[in-house]
Design a protein around this ligand. Structure first.
Ligand code: ADP
Ligand code: ZN
Ligand code: ZN
Length: 740
């Protein structure tokens, strides 16, 4: 019997089987209307075929109707999503949600309801008939409109109104009966529309750029799949390489996807793409509203636009003839989604491109160890850009400052050491700009009671509250939303002797303002600027309205600020102490990236790295820009310790409000895992997570590890299928990035 497996948007997220009525032609990837319980929902056909039903015949329901004649997803994308779901053991419904904009997966009723939503601004309302038999009570005008829509396809409501008298009311009635969908169709509006993008003149490529472009283009022209690691120092012109190869992919009739870390998706970057590719790109951004996202999606789906630029979700762009995926800053942790479907867009870019027969270009100044190993094993080919692209720009000089030996400068603040103070003075004198990096926002990371020795903690999490002074003074948890007014007494013992421990960006900003009263000082972190607002600060920096910018991670990524001559890293060790096997790798990447912000223009740059451990390889080798040596050492360590990229790991996280229940389930699942584990699969733990309590939930975890991914699968499936106490949450994180 002819059956269809359909992914329906319900919380269970599985696929369900429906029978296909005779005469209904279904294609994979098409949307259909199905009954689900007493509701009608819109699902996506995953596959259609003759087979035995897996449900009793009297339970089997037919597909009610085809929503649109053309599949909503290209088959290549659909197959990729199915494989992604399998890889991450994720429910297919949740995975489909990654690829379909809200409106495309909404229920029949919601589709009709869109009519109301759509009646705003620049949207055009479009009516579309669903291929359903019309009930007899639909007569006259309404019947004529339905027939017209079936015959001539989706039509603007305004056009219907001009043709049929009183069409609006009739269309609304049809929509309410679930016979017609009314959707808004917006003209694709670029969220970065404010970016002025005069056409640029492509620069002449440097010889290494030309070599890289040539190699990639040869593959594109041969229509062969292949993966490249574009290893180029900061400022070596990797973006120019992406631009050239994307243009070529377009010229060859293909489509391209460019992924960048969320934080790097700035108007400046988009402007560079726009200047070269004009209206041929769609920018996909988490800040997009549903309507704009939908418009972008449609322009890609229709083939009107064939390049998607965006953060990780752009990987699911519904383009046909995918020829190329570029992943910029491929080492960046933000390609991993940490909730819902925990996928890694960098890894999955390789998978999608491979399946599509496309080329992947992974670019970085500090490649991930996974990419380094892949080069050694010849799964990726390395292309090197060894020097900065602009003739005048050379890599900055880096000096280490040992905080154990060097005291505070005139500001009296330890993290503004004397050498750093002097360097700032000099930079200001020479009218240069400086960036100071400290990965801690707030004023002080904790409040310590000097009487009882306790640190004031978040009531819901096992972490210290951070003191914030700017704006409303408060104590805030950086892991949950908790925030309380500043206290002047210890909540545990009542003592008033509270000491503000350590320094965050606010405190440094204040100390700088006092030490350099004539300088224009600004701060950039999540408290002053979320998302697009950070660009305002960077714009002021670019216009030279700021002399010294102090900030968190936000100041380290990808910005091209040619007048920055001094970069100071206030505490290089902060990230080293994390209980995470990637702590050294992250620290190294961070230091090389932040150092890369200096000296991008004509003046020579200088970088000062303050550290308590100048001899630590992650610090010492970053100071020498010695990526190769660091990689060598770190790979050796990983091999010895049995960590990625040599072995695969999956982290099983278990949490619950009641500690005992979480602990029990973690133990039970770990035992189950041990029972199913074949040779060469280890199960480590369970143990409390490094952050043992978050948002009022106690957290435990254990690790499943093997040198062979396939061997882990039965173990992970057993865990995924185990039934557990409903009050306990279990998440399986495959190839985890965040180990906390
Ligand atoms: P990366 O992405 O490798 O850090 P960018 O692409 O931001 O480097 O390039 C750094 C700077 O060099 C930019 O200002 C860019 O315009 C410039 N640039 C890139 N390629 C060339 C070239 N071939 N000739 C001159 N300048 C170039
Ligand atoms: Zn106390
Ligand atoms: Zn908290």
């Amino acid at each position: 019997m002819l059956l269809a497996r359909v992914s329906v948007p319900v919380p269970l997220g599985q696929a369900f089987t429906y029978s296909v009525p005779a005469g209904l032609e279904l294609q994979r990837g098409a949307r259909v209307l199905c009954e689900f319980g007493r509701r009608r929902v819109v699902g996506v056909v995953l596959d259609v075929g003759e087979r035995e039903p897996d449900v009793p015949l009297d339970k089997l329901k037919p597909v009610v109707a085809l929503v649109d004649p053309e599949p909503v997803l290209p088959v290549e994308l659909l197959d990729f999503l199915l494989e992604l779901a399998r890889y991450y053991l994720a429910p297919i419904g949740d995975v489909m949600r990654l690829a379909l904009p809200a409106i495309e997966r909404s229920s029949a009723r919601a589709l009709a309801g869109q009519a109301e939503l759509a009646a705003v601004g620049r949207m055009v309302r479009v009516a579309r008939a669903l291929a359903l038999p019309l009930p007899p009570e639909i007569r006259g005008q309404a019947r004529a409109i339905h027939e017209h829509l079936l015959a001539s396809g989706p039509t603007e409501v305004a056009v219907l109104a001009a043709r049929f008298g009183n069409a609006r009311a009739a269309a609304k009635r049809l929509a309410e009966a679930g016979l017609v969908a009314i959707e808004e169709q917006a003209k694709a509006r670029d969220p970065f529309f404010a970016v002025p993008a005069p056409r640029d003149t492509p620069p002449e490529l440097t010889p290494p750029q030309a070599g890289a472009v040539h190699a990639i283009i040869a593959r594109l022209e041969a229509r062969e799949r292949g993966g490249y690691l574009l290893h180029g120092v900061t400022g070596s012109g990797k973006t120019e390489v992406y631009l050239r190869v994307v243009e070529r992919a377009l010229a060859l009739g293909g489509s391209a996807i460019v992924l960048v870390p969320e934080i790097a998706l700035t108007p400046q970057l988009v402007g560079r793409f726009r200047a070269r590719l004009g209206e041929r790109i769609a920018v996909m951004h988490s800040g997009l509203g549903d309507a704009d996202r939908h418009a972008m999606w449609k322009s890609l789906r229709s083939g009107e636009v064939r390049v998607a630029v965006g953060a990780r979700s752009a990987l699911f762009a519904p383009v046909e003839k995918l020829a190329l995926i570029c992943v910029d800053e491929e080492h960046d942790g933000s390609f991993k989604q940490e909730e819902g479907v925990r996928y890694n867009a960098r890894d999955m870019a390789l998978l999608r491109a491979h399946r599509a027969g496309a080329v992947t270009v992974l670019g970085s100044a500090t490649p991930s160890l996974g990419s380094e190993l892949a080069v050694r094993e010849q799964r990726l080919e390395r292309l090197v850009l060894p020097e900065r692209a602009r003739a005048s720009a050379v890599l900055p000089r880096v000096e280490l400052i040992d905080l154990k030996r060097v005291g505070a400068g005139p500001s009296g603040h330890r993290l503004l050491s004397l050498p750093l103070h002097r360097a700032l003075e000099q930079t200001l004198e020479q009218k240069g700009q400086a960036i100071l990096f400290l990965n801690r926002r707030g004023f002080a990371p904790s409040l310590l009671c000097e009487a009882c020795g306790k640190v004031i903690e978040c009531p819901s999490c096992a972490v210290a509250l951070t003191l914030h002074r700017s704006g409303r003074p408060r104590l805030a948890c950086h892991y949950c939303d908790h925030s309380t007014p500043l206290v002047d007494q210890c909540p545990a013992c009542g003592s008033g002797r509270l000491s503000e421990e350590g320094a965050g960006t606010e405190r440094i900003e204040q100390a700088l303002t006092e030490a350099f009263p004539a300088a224009r000082i600004a701060r950039l972190d999540r408290d002053v600027a979320a998302g697009a607002k950070s660009e305002k600060v960077l714009d002021r920096m670019r216009r030279r309205e700021i002399d010294v910018l102090v900030g968190t991670q936000m100041v380290t990524k990808g910005h091209d600020l040619p007048d920055v001559t001094l970069v100071g890293v206030l505490n290089a060790d902060a990230a080293l102490s994390m209980p995470d096997f990637r702590a050294a790798e992250r620290t190294f990447h961070l230091l090389v990236q932040v150092a890369g912000r200096a000296g991008r223009g004509d003046a020579l740059g200088k970088v000062l790295i303050q550290t308590w451990q100048p001899e630590h390889p992650a610090v010492a080798l970053a100071a020498h820009h010695d990526v190769a040596k660091f990689v060598e050492r770190e790979l050796e360590d990983r091999r010895e310790l049995g960590y990625p990229p040599y072995r695969r790991i999956a982290l099983v996280r278990v949490d619950a409000v009641q500690e005992a229940r979480a602990r029990e389930v973690a133990a039970k699942l770990a035992n189950l895992a041990r029972k199913h584990a074949p040779e060469r699969v280890d199960v480590l733990g369970p143990a409390p997570a490094p952050l043992p309590r978050l948002r009022n939930r106690y957290r435990f975890r254990f690790m499943v590890r093997s040198d062979d991914r396939a061997r882990m699968r039965p173990v992970l499936l057993a865990i995924a299928r185990a039934s557990v106490d409903r009050a306990v949450r279990v998440a399986i994180d495959i190839d985890p990035v965040n180990m906390l």
